[in-house]
Design a binder for this molecule. Structure first.
Ligand code: BGC
Length: 432
């Protein structure tokens, strides 16, 4: 904000000087840069906030109970989009990765030899569609899923050591002609007492509680994300040699595969972070939305259909997921590297600097903090966007919205809500 004021002052001075000294100062002395900057500054003041480009990312505006998309938020104006990843494709990959690990290691997996392959599951946020999809993906691959009204129940079971829970069932896996029982021994939403979800510390405590009462029955640890997965791995499963599976392919989790972490899923954050800022850039440039996405831009940036797709009806871009296991983890060791096909710098004359307000729902979220934000910070330079990053507390929307007191200072907005139901808290601010 200070920089913008300084710039405005500087511009005012340039004009004032030019006006006073018009007889001696030839027009060509006005630096070319100012000429290019001027329209950008005008745009920032002239465009109504409600008409500025808006991108939702990572938390798709939707009803946290039913998962139904919040189309009012998704179609707030003609330059509104969502950027995320294909939750169902990724969830299926995660479930399959765990199932294939069990099949490949069937001779050693059942640690206490009781004939039951037991797993525990860390759930991120029971009202977050990505979390729900991952719980369903694991249960469906392992045969523990129970359907309610045509959809797999994704409720946590608490503890289920005796197999009596109704939200899941005992599954069976046929491996080399033998039938094995698979049981979800325990699952819990990892929410801390202050209300923050996907909470790694809560998961670290849960595994200690679970392992102290039925540790010898736990053969697999599964988690809706790597933040929680790594807390459980570091707190218990690494020392016990129990394979632990997460999601996100954060650098620390990928490195841990060398030490027994079972695997993770890359949600192609390198593509998502690019798309998050790219849709804003395109809207600000007034060019076709496919520019630098499905169609190469003037710098040669382009994505191929094997890494993303666009769903026009939902105004949503989705990155595709890739399994990261002992086979391929060495290619994923740094989760903050930009995706090479979209790593070319835009020309600053044709794409002048614009300012963006961007928030992360929880500054302590492992994935957003250690993978997504560093990627955004790499792409903002390449796309000539000056981004103000705001980190929330993960609990209250107001903690974030209070820090968007003057939207007119920005050209565009990128929003990561605390709760997926709360799109209107932001659109109301932009409509004032
Ligand atoms: C990630 C989680 C993260 C959550 C935040 C998910 O896509 O997998 O790690 O905590 O987003 O919304």
């Amino acid at each position: 904000m200070k920089k913008l004021l300084a710039l405005l002052l500087a511009l005012a001075m340039v004009f004032a000087l030019a006006a006073c000294g018009s007889s001696e100062a030839p027009a060509e002395e006005a630096p070319a840069e100012d000429a290019a900057e001027a329209p950008a500054e005008e745009a920032a003041t002239e465009v109504a906030n409600k008409d500025k480009p808006l991108v939702w990312f990572n938390r798709q505006p939707s009803n946290s109970s039913t998962g139904e998309l919040d189309m009012a938020a998704l179609t707030f104006n003609e330059d509104t989009y969502y950027v995320g990843f294909d939750a169902n494709q990724g969830a299926e990959l995660q479930g399959t990765m765990i199932k294939e690990y069990i099949e490949a290691n069937i001779d050693t997996i059942d640690r206490n030899g009781d004939g039951v392959i037991g797993y525990v599951l860390a759930i991120g946020d029971i009202g977050h569609n990505d979390s729900i999809a991952r719980t369903r993906g694991v249960r469906s691959a392992l045969g523990t899923a129970v359907e309610v009204d045509g959809a797999i129940n994704s409720d946590p079971v608490g503890t289920n050591v005796d197999g009596s829970a109704t939200a899941v069932q005992d599954g069976t896996l046929e491996i080399n002609g033998t039938t094995y029982v698979v049981r979800e021994l325990a699952s819990q939403e990892m929410k801390n007492s202050a209300g923050a979800t996907w909470d790694a510390a809560t998961a670290g405590n849960a595994i200690l509680t679970w392992s102290s009462s039925f540790g010898d029955q736990i053969d697999i640890v599964a988690s809706n994300n790597d933040g929680m997965g790594m807390a459980m791995f570091n707190g218990w499963s690494q020392a016990e040699g129990v394979p632990t599976f997460g999601y996100d392919a954060n650098s620390d989790a990928v490195a841990a595969i060398a030490n027994g972490y079972g695997g993770t899923i890359s949600q192609h954050a390198d593509v998502q972070a690019y798309l998050t800022l790219r849709v804003l850039r395109n809207a600000l440039d007034g060019v076709d939305m496919d520019t630098g996405i499905g169609t190469a831009d003037d710098a040669g940036n382009v994505l191929s259909p094997d890494v993303y797709y666009y769903d026009e009806a939902a105004r949503s871009y989705y990155a595709l997921n890739v399994a990261v296991t002992a086979e391929n983890y060495e290619d994923f060791l740094d989760s903050t590297v930009v995706y090479a096909p979209v790593s070319n710098q835009l020309d600053a004359t044709a794409h002048p600097e614009k300012s963006v307000w961007l928030n992360i729902y929880n500054s302590a979220d492992n994935f957003l903090g250690s993978t997504y934000q560093p990627l955004l910070q790499n792409y903002d330079d390449l796309l000539n966007l000056k981004v103000d990053y705001i980190g929330g507390d993960g609990q209250t929307e107001a903690n974030i919205t209070n820090r968007l007191s003057d939207p007119s200072l920005y050209d565009a907005f990128a929003i990561n809500m605390v709760k997926t139901d709360n799109g209107a808290s932001y659109t109301a601010l932009l409509s004032q």
